[in-house]
Design a protein around this ligand. Structure first.
Ligand code: XMP
Length: 512
């Protein structure tokens, strides 16, 4: 219904997300997509995204002419606004006054885009990020909002349904931005608002079928939300053409292996190869202490084992990956077509090339909470759908220094108790990620009347939106005491517990 043309902004997907939040289907195409594709899509409205370039630079990207010929409402955001202005006969120039971050918008007029959201005369917080600014408007346009750095921070030609904003309505720092986008989508473009996760599911199934035909497909399960949702979705699309492979490196959380096999084999009846490769992984990790070396060993061993298992079942033409939008960095190359750089999932990096498989990535457009919503839509149990993220290398990067089976067992017990306490306190969903870390340090304690000399366990819990930045979770002291007491009493090998209060940055969420 809504078409988003991407000029290379890092936050274009957030626009898509806001459109979906207003219950409308949308698609993102690169700004230089074929005109026939744009027309073929038959959009009811078009949003032009921001981008890193400057319209004052010769040869910088422009919206295809079709955008103006379709006669549908347009919303230009940042760079999108500037190219809109340029292409319709206005003028943009470089400015001494750059504006980055929080700014205030003075609303200058009541226009349909603002209806029910903002009124003339009000002042509202918006998020700016621009160097250039619009200095003269095309015919038919009026200024409807100004900020200190942008005399044309919001412009409108309500007659044609053309709008331009210098700020970014799609980011959370523009608190009313989602409502503005909804207003554009529903009232100005007239989209009905009948998009839902159920519709996404059907559309995704159709696309998966079209992509793989009757070919064989495999999927590496990690026990996490993303790969599980991807696997269940693909299974729904192609049934027995899909086989899942679960390489158990012995560094999973407590009971994770059994939960995965039970869910897939028993609840969903999805063919699953479960390979217990813990001896192999722990053997290779023996004596290795450098964090990067540990990650590399786990990564390459994973690929070896996965390939071995895939070969045993006769190989496959496609590999399913639970790649999410934040894992995908899409950028538009300055010249030529848009380019894509993919941050491969740790677990299967390099595998598709080695085995000559194409990727099926049905979650590429989604954010984590949308994947969770899709998982619920597919009927996955809440415990699986709401699960905290877990890194590919597993507990190995939560045991600084050498990793042994004994240490992994100790850590698993402490981690289980910590998470039980968090669930019991009703805090699990308020926390992005919580886990225990086993430090390679022994300290002296007194238990009963005896001296103990055992490991230190560190507890970590953070809040975060996307894992890129994080804050330590402010537990009550009584919660921490209770968790610490239980861990020390119930886990042999630990006699001291500390809490990690580091933010990210400067710390990372994981310890290695
Ligand atoms: P850091 O520690 O870099 O982690 O702040 C950010 C988020 O990414 C997860 N993480 C990983 N996930 N493979 C993964 O699939 C990995 O190698 C990996 N390393 C870190 C981490 O748990 C956190 O959620």
């Amino acid at each position: 219904c809504i078409l988003i043309l991407d000029f290379g902004s890092q936050v274009t997907q957030l626009i898509a997300r806001r459109v979906r939040e207003s219950g409308t289907f949308c698609e993102i195409l690169p700004y230089n997509a074929d005109e026939s594709r744009i027309r073929g899509y038959d959009p009811k409205g078009i949003i032009l995204s921001g981008g890193p370039d400057s319209v004052t630079r010769e040869g910088s990207p422009r919206a295809p002419q079709a955008v103006f010929e379709l006669g549908v409402p347009l919303l230009g955001i940042c760079y999108g606004q500037q190219t809109l202005v340029e292409q319709l006969g206005g003028r943009v120039e470089g400015s001494e006054h750059q504006e980055f971050g929080k700014a205030f918008l003075e609303i200058g007029a009541d226009v349909p885009l603002f209806e029910g959201v903002w009124q003339a005369g009000e002042r509202h917080q918006v998020w700016m990020s621009h160097g250039d600014r619009v200095v003269s408007l095309p015919d038919g346009f009026q200024v409807v909002g100004t900020s200190d750095g942008a005399p044309c921070a919001a412009i409108a030609d309500p007659e044609r349904g053309y709008y331009g904003v210098q700020f970014h309505p799609e980011v959370v720092h523009t608190p009313d931005g989602g409502r503005l986008i909804q207003q554009f989508v529903r009232e100005i473009a007239g989209c009905r608002g009948d998009w839902s996760m159920a519709a996404f599911r059907q559309e995704a199934i159709r696309k998966i079928r079209a992509q793989v035909g009757d070919a064989k497909v495999i999927c590496g399960l990690s026990g996490g939300v993303d790969s599980s949702v991807a696997a269940v979705l693909v299974h729904e699309a192609i049934g027995a053409q899909l086989t899942c492979i679960f390489v158990d490196h012995g560094l999973m959380r407590a009971d994770e292996g059994t939960q995965v096999t039970e869910l897939f084999r028993n609840s969903y009846n999805i063919p699953l190869v479960h390979r217990d490769a813990s001896d192999l992984f722990l053997g290779k990790l023996d004596g290795v202490t450098d964090p990067e070396a540990k990650r590399k060993i786990i990564g390459t061993t994973f690929i070896d084992v996965f390939e071995e298992e895939a070969t045993k079942i006769g190989g496959a033409d496609f590999l399913v990956q639970g790649t999410l939008y934040p894992d995908v960095i899409e950028s538009v190359a300055p010249k030529g077509g848009p380019s894509q750089t993919i941050k491969s999932h740790h677990n299967v990096g390099g595998l598709p090339e080695r085995m000559d498989m194409d990727l099926v990535e049905p979650l590429r457009e989604l954010f984590k909470d949308e994947v969770r919503a899709l998982g619920r839509e597919l009927g996955l149990p809440e415990r699986m759908v709401g699960r905290h993220p877990f890194p590919g290398p597993g507990l190995a990067i939560r045991i600084p220094g050498g990793v042994t089976r004994e240490k992994a067992d100790i850590l698993r017990k402490a981690d289980r108790i910590y998470l039980e306490e968090i669930r019991e306190a009703g805090l699990y969903d308020a926390i992005w990620q919580a886990f225990a870390v086993l430090l390679p340090v022994q300290t002296v304690g007194v238990m009963g009347d005896a001296r103990s000399y055992d490991y230190v366990c560190a507890l970590r819990a953070v809040t975060s939106v996307d894992g890129m930045t994080a804050e330590s979770y402010p537990f009550d002291h009584s919660f921490l005491s209770q968790a610490a007491t239980r861990i020390i009493n119930e886990v042999r090998g630990i006699n001291r517990v500390v809490y990690d209060v580091t933010s990210k940055p400067p710390g990372t969420i994981e310890w290695e």
